[in-house]
Design a protein around this ligand. Structure first.
Ligand code: HEC
Ligand code: HEC
Ligand code: HEC
Ligand code: HEC
Ligand code: HEC
Ligand code: HEC
Length: 410
């Protein structure tokens, strides 16, 4: 009796033990709904997966919504993300089918990902809701655009204003003349005076009148003045320069519509002086599968494939060009300074053809160095300097030598 009792309590203990073990392992495989996990997952997804995946639609790879239910298991998903070619090479049926369905496009291997990170990505994918139509910072960018390209617009407005004032003056004068005539008609006038008042207005009398001559001279002078000013504005300055490229590559489609990260293509921006233009290989990551565009058909993408097969680089026309005497470094600004590409290059993600957005003059560089605080976040080297400069102004780039000639000139 006693033995039995012991035995059953032992059994129930064992049961509880196994139950908790099971729920523990089930828990670790569960998709988390914790907001912290979801936001960590979103960051990982945007930085690593977004170039090829969306949650809600097919891109280079499949839409990831529902992948947890459709893939063989969560462990399978983990191994596939860490090294998909290993899973495919092992002959896994689901993986091989998927690989063939996606025209044998190789997914990047993420060997350094931890299980927990993958679970965070899955948490994000499960919690994902499609964004509303009015999200995004397009307005802000437009505003910035309008401000920094102000000068020539401003002159146009003045010129148009002056022309409107002139036309109004002519109308008022015409009105006065006819009023005067009516007034004089009520007077008794000599024959000679009557002739003068009623002399017909012909083309000849108008063109020979001093008022008309004045207007003509004024208009010629105004347009000439505007041409000279426009010329002066553009000496050595290439703002707005947007050359035609050998392939109709559109940032609006790639960086805008498909939200591919700038740094996926401009790989040098974080760590080197040059942002770099992507090689054909980077295009082929996607275009060995995407063979035709909506706007240009197969033509333009055909050029990429040809360049790839012939092993010839695409000869992109350079848009931005500082003279050799000046030194500019991307990683210093993008990585260390934490400045967004758009601050200097404008809303590139809205441009079908890239154009030079900023002036790129020495004044432009200096102006920003005077106004901008040094990004000292997470940089121990700067902490001491910031302390030394601990006044209300904050520590600007000029305070760390951003105005020294030798920093920008060789
Ligand atoms: C270079 C493009 C590319 C990148 C980057 C990429 N993938 Fe993939 N992914 C693919 C392709 C293509 C497939 C389809 C299978 C194949 O061709 O290997 C795929 C398949 C998958 C699958 C299986 C989908 C299914 O329907 O079963 C998962 C899960 C997945 N990717 C997750 C990720 C995650 C998570 C990331 C980021 C950490 C990522 N991928 C980054 C291209 C990519
Ligand atoms: C899919 C690849 C890809 C992505 C993503 C991409 N670019 Fe580009 N970018 C290119 C190519 C190719 C060129 C050269 C052709 C051209 O000028 O249009 C280029 C040119 C440029 C230029 C002009 C370079 C010059 O010649 O002076 C700038 C500036 C630029 N990109 C900024 C950006 C920014 C900012 C983003 C993110 C919003 C971005 N790019 C995203 C491929 C890309
Ligand atoms: C991460 C994936 C990806 C990369 C990398 C990529 N593209 Fe694309 N590209 C796309 C997608 C998606 C489309 C849209 C296809 C469509 O409109 O159906 C596209 C469309 C195009 C089009 C056709 C546009 C149209 O609508 O007619 C051209 C041209 C093009 N890409 C050139 C390039 C060049 C050049 C590169 C390399 C510098 C490049 N792409 C790199 C994904 C990519
Ligand atoms: C502080 C201003 C600034 C920021 C921020 C900036 N750029 Fe630039 N970018 C420039 C200037 C100036 C040039 C011309 C450099 C030259 O001619 O030596 C340039 C040139 C380029 C070029 C063509 C030449 C090259 O370097 O390969 C590309 C592509 C480019 N930028 C992309 C980017 C991308 C992508 C980002 C964001 C990751 C970015 N830039 C951020 C100022 C900036
Ligand atoms: C949008 C603002 C902005 C513009 C425009 C800009 N810079 Fe800078 N620049 C910065 C910031 C911020 C830093 C400080 C980065 C850091 O934390 O070290 C910096 C740092 C530098 C440095 C290093 C200074 C030092 O003492 O270490 C050089 C050199 C430089 N910029 C050159 C240029 C040149 C050349 C141009 C124009 C072609 C330019 N910058 C345009 C914001 C800008
Ligand atoms: C923040 C970076 C920066 C600093 C600091 C700087 N410059 Fe420049 N400088 C430039 C850039 C960029 C250009 C090219 C501008 C252009 O092409 O319009 C330039 C152009 C020039 C030119 C040639 C002008 C021309 O019309 O071709 C001279 C001369 C010059 N700088 C002298 C100086 C002197 C002297 C100092 C120190 C007092 C100085 N710069 C400090 C960035 C800088």
């Amino acid at each position: 009796m006693r033995k039995l009792h012991l035995h059953s309590s032992y059994k129930s203990l064992l049961f509880v033990f196994f139950l908790s073990l099971f729920s523990l392992s089930a828990f670790s495989q569960d998709i988390s709904t914790d907001p912290a996990a979801i936001s960590a997952g979103e960051q990982l997804f945007n930085a690593n997966c977004k170039a090829c995946h969306r949650v809600d639609k097919k891109l280079v790879g499949p839409a990831l919504a529902g992948v947890v239910d459709r893939a063989p298991s969560i462990d399978w998903i983990k191994s596939f993300i860490k090294n998909s070619s290993k899973v495919i090479a092992a002959g896994d049926e689901y993986a091989v089918n998927l690989y063939n369905e996606y025209n044998k496009t190789q997914m990047t291997a993420f060997t350094s990902f931890k299980d927990e990170e993958i679970m965070n990505i899955l948490a994000y994918v499960s919690a994902y809701k499609a964004p509303g139509p009015d999200e995004g910072g397009a307005n802000q960018n437009n505003q910035q655009n309008a401000v920094s390209q102000g000068a020539p617009e401003y002159l146009n407005i003045i010129l148009i204003g002056m022309i409107i004032i002139l036309i109004l003056l002519v109308l008022i004068l015409g009105f006065l003349v006819s009023a005067m005539k009516r007034f004089l008609d009520q007077r008794t006038l000599t024959e000679e005076e009557r002739d003068v008042v009623h002399s017909p207005i012909t083309f000849g009398t108008v063109t020979s009148s001093p008022g008309f001559k004045f207007i003509v001279v004024f208009l010629i002078a105004a347009f000439g003045f505007k041409a000279v000013i426009n010329g002066l504005f553009s000496i050595g300055v290439q703002q707005g320069y947007a050359p035609k490229q050998p392939i109709a590559f559109s940032h609006k489609i790639h960086a805008g519509q498909y939200e591919i990260d700038c740094k996926y293509c401009h790989t040098g921006a974080m760590n080197t002086k040059n942002a770099t233009i992507p090689s054909v290989n980077i295009c082929m990551n996607c275009h060995n599968q995407i063979k035709s565009g909506t706007n240009t058909g197969e033509n333009e993408i055909g050029k990429i494939v040809r360049a790839f097969n012939e092993n010839k680089p695409i000869e992109w026309v350079r848009v931005h060009n500082l003279p050799d005497l000046a030194y500019f470094n991307h990683s210093q600004h993008v990585n260390v300074g934490g400045i967004e590409c758009q601050t200097c290059h404008g809303p590139v993600e809205e441009m079908d053809v890239v154009r030079q957005h900023s002036l790129l003059t020495m004044g432009w560089c200096i102006d920003c160095h005077r106004k901008t605080d040094v990004n000292s976040k997470g940089n121990a080297y700067y902490d001491k300097l910031v302390e030394l400069h601990n006044d209300k102004e904050g520590m600007k780039v000029k305070d760390i030598g951003g105005l020294e000639c030798s920093k920008c000139h060789y």
